[in-house]
Design a binder for this molecule. Structure first.
Ligand code: NDP
Length: 315
């Protein structure tokens, strides 16, 4: 049975490449949720009931969207919209099973690369035969910064592989199999002695530049840093210095202050930096369309939205 008015209009405000993915999936997910609505690429702002949003240049002023009841982000990271003063409606971020699985696979792969020292064997032009067996995972402390939808899934997967995993978050947590820390002191303890660090924090005023020179001094010498969170979590000059001084042994970076990463940026040429082009994980349309439809159903039924962003916290 339909739970909505027949004239409901949903504006899909995202790049054209997303539209190709969602133009059929979203209407069918909405129908499955009992929502009758028209999903459109353009509409008079005062006729739009919901906006499905991914960062794009066409929509920066939400003021004329007087009838819009919620803005539903296709992205997990909302730093490009959360501070938009013209947006007064509820904003939700994307938590999607497919996105989570992709991130777990990326993080696990890159952690294992560093743990096993794969690089030495993958590229070995000197045909060097120096057997250095890696320690077991149990002897390789890993720290995951951020214990939200993505950080928690990665941390528990790594713990399942035998790594001693410390997780750090804003609020205190208890998660089976993990050492959970929070707060400023918790961050120092979480980084101290870590051999592999995974950054899965959102970008907020509190987290910008959180990985700075003082924090790069805390991990074990030649620790590996993996950052699929956001580029601006890192003080880039401090990281380059820590890499050159050997305090950080390798950085695998998926996200950057400027994307695409400019071709002249020192990260590209650095022998101990791996650049991946913001591919750690993507929202998966088949599962994400169902999340969007469920949130519209909830809004229409007067139920609390899933994954609503706290504007004050910024995530
Ligand atoms: P969540 O909002 O679910 O989790 C955020 C986590 O960070 C929470 O544990 C939160 O703590 C913690 N946190 C936030 N602020 C602070 C702070 N000041 N101090 C300590 N901890 C803090 O986000 P997701 O897990 O869904 O996503 C994390 C980020 O991953 C996204 O914001 C995005 O930037 C990035 N991302 C990158 C992708 C890529 O392809 N590279 C793809 C998708 C996401 P608490 O639990 O206490 O609230």
């Amino acid at each position: 049975m339909s739970t909505s008015r027949g004239d409901m209009k949903i504006l899909f405000s995202a790049p054209e490449s997303d539209w190709a993915d969602y133009r059929d999936l979203l209407p069918s997910a909405l129908a499955h949720a009992g929502i009758t609505a028209e999903v459109v690429r353009e509409a008079a702002p005062d006729t739009v009931d919901y906006i499905v949003y991914a960062p794009n240049d066409d929509l920066r002023d939400f003021t004329p969207f007087t009838r819009t009841r919620a803005v539903l982000s296709l992205w997990a990271g909302v730093e490009r919209i959360v501070g938009n003063a013209t947006l007064t409606q509820p904003l939700t971020r994307m938590v999607d099973a497919g996105l989570e699985r992709g991130m777990v696979e990326y993080v696990t792969g890159h952690v294992l690369r560093h743990h096993l020292g794969m690089d030495a064997h993958v590229v070995n032009p000197e045909r060097d035969w120096t057997p250095v067996p890696p320690p077991l995972a149990a002897d390789r402390p890993v720290t995951v910064l951020g214990l939200g939808a993505l950080g928690r899934a990665c941390a528990t997967t790594l713990a399942g592989l035998g790594f001693p995993v410390t997780g750090w978050s804003r609020t205190p947590k208890r998660i089976e199999g993990l050492r959970c820390l929070s707060g400023e002191d918790g961050l120092t303890a979480a980084l101290t002695g870590a051999e592999i660090i995974v950054a899965l924090l959102p970008l907020t005023p509190e987290t910008e530049g959180i990985l700075d020179a003082a924090r790069f001094a805390l991990p074990a010498p030649r620790a590996a840093l993996i950052n699929p969170g956001r580029g601006a979590l890192i003080d880039d000059a401090a990281l380059l210095e820590a890499l050159d001084a050997g305090r950080i042994g390798h950085a695998t970076l998926d996200v950057f202050r400027t994307e695409p990463l400019p071709r002249e940026h020192p990260y590209w040429a650095h022998p101990r930096v791996t650049v991946t082009p913001h591919v750690a994980s993507a929202t998966r349309p088949a599962t994400a369309a169902r999340v969007i439809a469920e949130n519209i159903r909830r809004a229409e039924a007067g139920e609390p939205l899933l994954f609503e962003v706290d504007r004050v916290r910024g995530y």
